[in-house]
Design a protein around this ligand. Structure first.
Ligand SMILES: [Zn+2]
Length: 151
């Protein structure tokens, strides 16, 4: 086989495709509470008692429906973080952008979100943070603008 027959040529490109998808009954309830009440709700598995936030319809470990809604605080602990220093069209903020894994008080697992109102040099795992809600909310995860350190 000659090189001409075995070589594959690729062109890189990007496409933007508008789309819309239903977040489900569980997701809708979660996002409506964020939008209308600035409240963070999780959902508890009746068997293992794990509290998920964002809520899930079925427990990932027990594979049974979660049922019990749990009102959570707007506070948590920064478990991990990374700082993005370059602009990217999919990141709706100017760099530097801080992504954090936040363990919301009363929940198991972590929520990935932005960390803001902080000097990057002051970031540290284990720091306490509080949700800062967007002034205008639309029923999505960005209704929480970011999590800010608790002084
Ligand atoms: Zn479970």
């Amino acid at each position: 086989m000659s090189k001409m027959e075995s070589e594959n040529i690729y062109y890189e490109g990007r496409i933007k495709v508008p789309y819309k998808w239903y977040v489900g009954e569980t997701g809708s309830r979660f996002f409506i509470a964020l939008r209308d009440k600035k409240e963070i709700w999780g959902i508890r598995c009746p068997r293992c008692r794990k509290v998920y936030v964002p809520p899930v319809k079925n427990c990932w470990e027990c594979f049974i429906p979660t049922k019990e809604w749990v009102r959570l605080k707007d506070t948590g602990t920064l478990e991990s973080f990374t700082v993005v220093h370059y602009p990217n069209e999919v990141i709706p903020k100017k760099p530097p952008v801080v992504y954090g894994l936040i363990k919301i008080d009363g929940a198991d697992g972590s929520l990935l979100h932005f960390v803001g109102d902080i000097d990057i040099s002051e970031l540290k795992t284990g720091m306490r943070v509080r949700a800062v809600f967007a002034d205008e909310r639309a029923g999505n995860i960005l209704d929480i603008k970011h999590f800010a350190p608790i002084p």
